[in-house]
Design a protein around this ligand. Structure first.
Ligand code: ADP
Ligand code: MG
Length: 194
């Protein structure tokens, strides 16, 4: 039987990694063999580790390109979980499609928007092709409404601080020190200085 593609999307701080780790935990409790994948350039939490803002963490296989993912499958792998999918680009679409067609369940978490409020591939395409989409929002740091966006703070480390490869694929990499979740009304409000 074919597998299923599930997508967990939203802005920063929406709980995407928390939700992904919950799926991984449940699958492991059920005795399912899980492959957890992260991007090699995202070493904010140490290499080979995905981590949430709440402190949850699980070991992962770090890849530089989506095409490396199938090579990490073991004979019994029935679930592949990918975090920070925006780092892997549109190549990820064909890779996860082939995995699901081949009988493996895939759950992908990532940013749906850039910090300037534009759709951030490959998440929009993956959401279009998935059997199931979990769309999460964060809490607006200005007013407390649901936040579907995030903004980059002035003075946050930027292009000059990140590696060339990361700026190419992702724009910027960072966490709470560099970004804030914002609702529709406050997404264009001048962010505070850091
Ligand atoms: P994501 O992977 O989507 O960035 P995480 O799962 O790593 O999100 O972290 C979500 C957690 O971030 C929340 O449970 C909460 O504790 C914390 N958090 C910090 N700032 C915010 C915010 N503005 N809105 C929502 N959660 C926030
Ligand atoms: Mg995350």
């Amino acid at each position: 039987a074919p597998g299923r593609l599930e997508v967990i999307g939203g802005p920063m701080f929406a709980g995407k990694t928390t939700e992904l780790v919950r799926r991984v935990d449940r699958a492991r409790i059920a005795g399912r063999e899980v492959l957890v994948v992260s991007h090699a350039l995202d070493e904010r939490h140490g290499p080979g580790r995905i981590a949430s803002h709440t402190g949850l963490a699980v070991a992962s296989r770090a890849v530089s390109r989506a095409s490396e993912i199938p090579g990490h499958l073991r004979p019994g792998t029935v679930l592949v979980a990918v975090d920070e999918a925006q780092f892997l680009g549109l190549d990820l679409v064909d890779v996860v499609t082939d995995l699901a067609d081949g009988g493996v369940d895939v759950v992908v978490a990532g940013l749906t928007v850039t910090f300037d409020g534009r759709p951030f591939e490959p998440l929009p395409s993956l959401m279009a092709l998935a059997e199931s989409v979990t769309r999460l929002t964060a809490v607006c740091t200005v007013c407390g409404r649901d936040a579907a966006y995030h903004v980059r703070l002035h003075g946050a480390p930027g292009r000059e601080a990140a590696s060339d490869a990361l700026t190419t694929v992702a724009g910027y990499v960072g966490g709470a020190e560099s970004y804030q979740a914002r609702c529709r009304a406050h997404r264009a409000v001048h962010p505070p200085d850091r």
